[in-house]
Design a protein around this ligand. Structure first.
Ligand SMILES: Cc1cc2nc3c(=O)[nH]c(=O)nc-3n(C[C@H](O)[C@H](O)[C@H](O)COP(=O)(O)OP(=O)(O)OC[C@H]3O[C@@H](n4cnc5c(N)ncnc54)[C@H](O)[C@@H]3O)c2cc1C
Length: 414
């Protein structure tokens, strides 16, 4: 019997356990919490968005390419991205969905986003746990692994137990209350691995001034572009949410991936909001003309009413008025200027909400030290899976797909 230890009972570790368990292997999962999959149970607002129909490599990144202004071109050539691409495209969402079916979970798709049919992440985790137990995987719960030694025969020693291979699936630092607090990196380092700087990713952002006080509670559809030192760090569209402390919502989380590092480096970071993203870039004139022909008599205070949430409209009007000292803003030119203003409204960003509020970790175990079977190039017999590697994906099921694909590779090859 080959003996395999898996450290971490999150999405990646559980998948790895499933594929590692064969007739001639014994598999033990060590999980520091009293239950497995604490984070998995929270995913997708409790609905578990596990994958996406579009698994293009453009949805995955690693931390090292960040500083290139033209990052997409420079990424495309990098070996690390090729590794991510290979691991993802070797199986993809069909394989993930097939795996879920195999253990009894029916799935569904909404606009390219995959969920379990029940849309209950907790139930999905329970079914997965049950399938693993039936398969003969052994679990050590409330069992944090602090140290893994090697003996003279090259076996891995955890407490009193000896193993032929070890899969490290300890997660990153995001949402540390779920167990992944970065402690796994210490184990990786003990096997000779480099861990990059880590930053929160998919995280709400902090705004300097009065904006969030005034706009708390506003939810509005729009397009968000992120900039650091005037470098375009990406763009996304969807519902923007203002809370008392943060600015959030899917498009903000998406662009946060490339902004948390510049924020920590105290660079000039801002978000540019287009609150009329339903219009094409060059459609201002046509839109204004039509509106003028219908509502041309109205003063600016009323002219755009009905397009934006009222609280946001009033706020933007008062910000617009601060730009200039006219008494009135009633001309067609003022209306055109205001339209342009609300399509390029810039908000200065001064902080992020940190790992406790983040959905993912940017950075981790360096990919160039891992082979495409997820085996360590430093210490044979050690494998990696999931978020503890330097891979982070967009919102939309990409991080769980990475956990699945890398977990499967590690499990099959361990
Ligand atoms: C609120 C929230 C919502 C999310 N929603 C989605 C979504 O809808 N779709 C999506 O694709 N992604 C989502 N994500 C991201 C996704 O959940 C993670 O990327 C993924 O779960 C990572 O899996 P993992 O197994 O690598 O790590 P984790 O899930 O973090 O699991 C690691 C496990 O290892 C254990 N552990 C760590 N160190 C040790 C040790 N030394 N000894 C023993 N055990 C240890 C931890 O307790 C933990 O259980 C979300 C994340 C959050 C926080």
């Amino acid at each position: 019997m080959k003996r395999i230890a898996i450290i971490g009972g999150g999405a990646a570790g559980l998948v790895a356990a499933y594929y590692a368990k064969k007739e001639d292997t014994s598999v033990v999962v060590y999980e520091k919490n009293g239950v497995v999959g604490k984070k998995l149970r929270l995913t997708g607002n409790g609905r578990c968005n596990y994958s996406n129909a579009d698994l293009s490599i453009l949805h995955f990144e690693h931390s090292r390419g960040y500083s290139e202004p033209d990052f997409m071109d420079s990424f495309a050539l990098e070996d690390d991205l090729k590794l991510i691409d290979k691991v993802i495209t070797d199986d993809g969402n069909n394989q993930f969905t097939g795996f879920l079916n195999e253990i009894g979970i029916v799935s569904c798709e909404h606009n390219g986003y995959f969920y379990p049919l029940s849309e209950r992440a907790g139930e999905m985790t329970d079914v997965l746990f049950g399938a693993l137990k039936r398969r003969g995987v052994d679990f050590r719960l409330s069992a944090p692994v602090e140290e893994i030694k090697t003996d003279s025969e090259g076996k891995f020693v955890i407490g009193e137990d000896l193993y032929d291979s070890v899969i490290l699936a300890c997660g990153g630092k995001a949402a540390p209350s779920t167990g992944s607090d970065g402690g796994g990196y210490r184990l990786a380092r003990s096997f000779g691995h480099t861990v990059t700087y880590t930053y929160p990713s998919l995280v709400p952002l902090l705004v300097r001034n009065h904006i969030t006080d005034e706009l708390a509670g506003v939810r509005v559809k729009g397009r968000v572009k992120g900039f650091y030192d005037d470098v375009n760090a990406g763009c996304n569209e969807g519902e923007i949410q203002f809370t008392k402390d943060w600015i959030s919502g899917i498009p903000v989380l998406q662009v946060s991936r490339r902004l948390t590092r510049p924020i920590e480096e105290k660079r000039a970071v801002c978000l540019e909001m287009d609150f009329l993203s339903f219009l094409g870039e060059n459609e201002n004139d046509a839109f204004l003309e039509k509106r003028l022909s219908n509502l041309g008599d109205l003063e600016l205070d009323l002219f755009f009413e009905g397009i934006l949430p009222d609280k946001l409209y009033r706020f933007l009007l008062s910000e617009f008025r601060k730009l200039d000292y006219h008494e009135t803003f009633e001309t067609d030119t003022d209306k055109a200027r205001f339209l342009d203003f609300i399509r390029h409204y810039r908000i200065e960003i001064t902080g992020h909400a940190g790992f406790p509020q983040a959905q993912c970790t940017r950075g981790g175990v360096l990919l160039s030290e891992v082979g495409d079977h997820m085996e360590s190039l430093k210490t044979p017999g050690v494998f990696f899976a999931g978020e503890m590697l330097d891979v982070d994906g967009d919102c939309g099921g990409y991080n769980l797909q990475w956990a699945y694909s890398s977990g499967r590779k590690a499990g099959e090859n361990a």
